[in-house]
Design a protein around this ligand. Structure first.
Ligand code: FES
Length: 111
């Protein structure tokens, strides 16, 4: 089981901690299941950049970034060294703690 700490760049949103998260789901799915707004225009198939997030801690619990994912991250707003696409960060079997920062969802994102 995993614990995921979500922080938000959008002003006024308090951090949320989600505990007892099962492996096999993506960070995007976990967010949506917990009413955390995170866009996903392509339907979670690594064909947009709207589920862009920053994985501050815990990248050892998800697959390595693919070339395709990197290409789409290049088109995201404010990409950083720890940028990932939420739909591609599927939790592997195991347990641990992740820290995620969600970019401001109220501003327009690139596709
Ligand atoms: S939802 Fe489109 S890349 Fe993740």
């Amino acid at each position: 089981m995993y614990k995921i700490n979500f922080k938000f760049e959008q002003k006024g949103l308090e951090p949320i901690i989600i505990d007892n998260v099962a492996s096999g789901q993506s960070i995007l799915e976990v967010a949506l299941d917990n009413n955390i707004e995170l866009h996903h225009n392509c339907g979670m198939v690594c064909a947009c950049s709207t589920c862009h997030l920053y994985l501050e801690k815990g990248d050892e619990f998800v697959p390595e970034i693919s070339d395709r994912e990197e290409d789409f991250i290049d088109r995201a707003r404010n990409p950083r060294i720890n940028s990932r696409l939420g739909c591609q960060c599927v939790l592997e079997d195991g347990s641990g703690e992740l820290m995620v920062t969600i970019p401001d969802q109220s501003v327009i994102h690139g596709e």
